[in-house]
Design a protein around this ligand. Structure first.
Ligand code: GUN
Ligand code: ZN
Length: 433
């Protein structure tokens, strides 16, 4: 049995912090350690007691850095790595001008493998150990992504995008083909490593009612699988979706009609929801995924995080990069932009809540029970963070006195340079990149 003791300043969350002074929601250990056995956390706590109980373990000392669960990104498109930083358009033009032509390249398995590997390396470089990922319409893009994730022993959610209209030939399937492809991919990948298949109709605009029925059939045949799609990102998109499904009262009703809401359903964006739509998402336990860098970059709108949390029927919320509408791979940069979006809505998000969100909060939103905390039995996916990683951060840290201030410096000034190491199932992954 391989045993490793990873030493550092431990931080893990038990539940969502209720405010900046809620110090009961997290556990912090100034000289702590995580004991990893065969990729799983066997214990976490004060270094002295763990070291005494695990004398044979190999020790890695990360002090004075922070050691916490790896970050979770609830929505990203791996085939859009070469779309990031495309100038000057809003959602529908951006898709047609940049994104769809780029995704057509993923018919080539060699290209898909190259970008899948690069994407996962970038995740590791930024401290992200799990993501919910869109592939392309090509089944080979899913095979490439899962193969690279399996090789790295990463916990990843991904699926083949289903799209049978309003996109170029070469980037569409048919209703039947999308069903058959998904069935074959589920059969091939289910239960392998730490991989999870997600039923992935791109959004209502690129699926015919017949294809939505196929997505419904997949979801009812596999109720344990995730569903991921896009909802209410931009005004033109909402108008077109309603035009294409005139019998549905609003955009959310389209997904309800086809049985696609539920506790494992992840809806990217959800910016312009009516009260009825928010109620419907809440009642079904669906998850609204906040993608701040993307929403600002594409000019889509301001997700009202605090109002969604506070309403009578609160929403389950996750946060995400939305690469490549999103502009940064870092969940630190994502929460920095998220803080600003929330500020524009007249509210604040305290740093403890932000770090809960990108660890345990996102893990719970994705219904992934083995990640997001340092509790015994969790997979040892960890990130080591240095709040003094750059000269500017070092200077700012001279004025920081509390853990919350340190976290806020990491969130506001940090990026991949602040990620000292990323562990996946107990293995250090960043050093070798
Ligand atoms: N809506 C449908 N497809 C996409 C996509 O690839 N990115 C974003 N941001 N929104 C979408
Ligand atoms: Zn997206």
């Amino acid at each position: 049995m391989s045993r490793t003791l990873i030493r550092g300043r431990l931080l893990t969350f038990h539940r969502e912090p209720q405010g900046p002074d809620d110090h009961t929601a997290h556990a912090y250990e100034e000289d702590g350690a995580v004991l990893v056995e065969n990729g799983v956390i066997a214990a976490a706590g004060p270094h002295t007691s763990l070291a005494a109980a695990a004398k044979d373990a190999h020790t890695v000392d990360h002090r004075p850095h922070l050691l916490m669960p790896g970050f979770v990104d609830a929505h990203a498109h791996f085939p859009q790595m070469q779309v990031i930083a495309s100038f000057g358009t809003e959602l529908l033009d951006w898709l047609n001008t940049y994104t769809f032509p780029e995704e057509m390249r993923f018919a080539d398995p060699a290209h898909a493998a190259r970008i899948a590997g690069a994407f996962l390396d970038e995740m590791v470089r930024h401290g992200t150990t799990t993501a919910a990922v869109y592939c392309t319409v090509h089944p080979q893009s899913v095979d490439a992504f899962f193969a690279e994730a399996e090789r790295r022993k990463m916990c990843m959610i991904a699926g083949k995008v289903m799209m049978d209209r309003n996109a170029p030939r070469g980037l569409t399937d048919t209703a039947q083909q999308s069903y058959d492809d998904a069935k074959a991919l589920i059969a091939r990948w289910r239960g392998r490593g730490r991989l999870h298949y997600a039923i992935t109709p791109r959004f209502a605009i690129t699926s015919t009612p017949q294809q939505m029925e196929m997505a419904q059939a997949l979801a009812s045949e596999h109720p344990d699988l995730h569903v991921q799609t896009h909802l209410s990102e931009n005004r033109a998109e909402i108008a077109l979706a309603k035009e294409l499904f005139p019998d549905c009262a609003d955009y959310t009703a389209i997904y309800e009609r086809y049985g696609l809401t539920g506790p494992k359903s992840l809806f990217g964006h959800c910016i312009h929801l009516s009260d009825r739509e928010a109620d419907a998402l809440s009642d079904s336990g669906s998850v609204a995924v906040f993608c701040p860098t993307s929403n600002l970059f594409l000019g889509s709108g301001l997700f009202d995080y605090q109002r969604y949390r506070r309403r009578n029927k609160p929403l389950r919320i996750a946060t995400a990069t939305d690469i490549g509408g999103g502009t940064n791979y870092s969940m630190l940069r994502t929460m920095d932009e998220g803080y600003k979006v929330i500020a524009l809505n007249g509210e604040k998000l305290n740093p403890l809540a932000a770090f809960w969100q990108i660890t345990r909060g996102n893990a719970e939103a994705l219904s992934l029970e083995r990640i997001g905390t340092l509790e015994p039995g969790s997979d040892a996916d960890l990130v080591v963070l240095d709040a003094r990683a750059t000269p500017a951060m070092r200077l700012r840290m001279e004025r920081a006195n509390t853990l919350a201030e340190e976290l806020f410096v990491l969130q506001t000034l940090g990026d991949d340079r602040a990620v000292v190491e990323t562990y996946v199932a107990g293995q250090p992954m960043k050093r070798g990149l």
